[in-house]
Design a protein around this ligand. Structure first.
Ligand SMILES: Nc1ncnc2c1ncn2[C@@H]1O[C@H](COP(=O)(O)OP(=O)(O)OP(=O)(O)O)[C@@H](O)[C@H]1O
Length: 169
């Protein structure tokens, strides 16, 4: 299909740094969903069990970081796939899910969940072992089974992340 041809046109390389070794290398035929299943899903599931996890996209401009992380309606990226899996994993459990979304650009940290006209650079706290490294970062609580919380599904979260990203400065 047209979509498949397009997605296959880019090379994805997934790196887990381990003393100068690459653990996985994905070539042109790899779809984001395959990469997600191998690399990200185990990490996402273990974060729900209490482990810390980081998925980090690195590469030169236009190499496909946003495409891989956010994706599109036809080809969901790592973030929507991860949010969906989090909701699947916490289904029928009482679980507090907290989401924040920030951008680091030209050494300035910005909270993307704040309306663009209210945005101010976040102050970075450099003290070791602080649980909140950014002062004033908006942290949204979403719960899978509390009625008074407006968000109940992964689509709502992803829509808000996309809206936040597209707000003009
Ligand atoms: N695997 C892919 N299949 C099809 N199109 C892709 C793929 N990866 C990237 N693209 C397309 O290439 C263009 C650049 O990709 P993208 O915006 O994701 O790059 P980026 O690394 O986030 O760039 P920047 O650092 O400038 O933000 C976009 O139009 C995107 O849709």
């Amino acid at each position: 299909s047209k979509r498949k041809m397009t997605e296959e046109s880019a090379v994805k390389v997934c790196v887990r740094l381990q003393v100068k070794e690459l653990t996985f290398i994905y070539l042109m035929l790899t779809l984001t969903v395959n990469l997600y299943q191998d690399i990200a899903k185990p990490l996402v599931v273990s974060t729900v069990e209490g482990y810390n996890g980081t998925i980090f996209a690195y590469g030169q401009t236009s190499s496909g970081k946003t495409f891989t992380m956010m994706g599109s309606d036809q080809t969901p990226g790592v973030i929507p796939l991860a949010v969906e899996d989090v909701f699947q994993t916490i289904k029928n459990k009482e679980f507090l899910l907290r989401v924040s979304y920030m951008e680091i650009y030209n050494e300035t940290v910005t909270d993307l969940l704040v309306d663009s006209w209210k945005r101010r650079p976040l102050e970075v706290r450099e003290t070791i072992n602080v649980s909140e490294p950014f002062r004033n970062l908006e942290i949204n609580d979403f719960s899978s089974n509390l009625d008074h919380i407006s968000c109940k599904d992964s689509v709502w979260i992803c829509d808000h992340l996309l809206l936040a990203e597209r707000q003009p400065y």
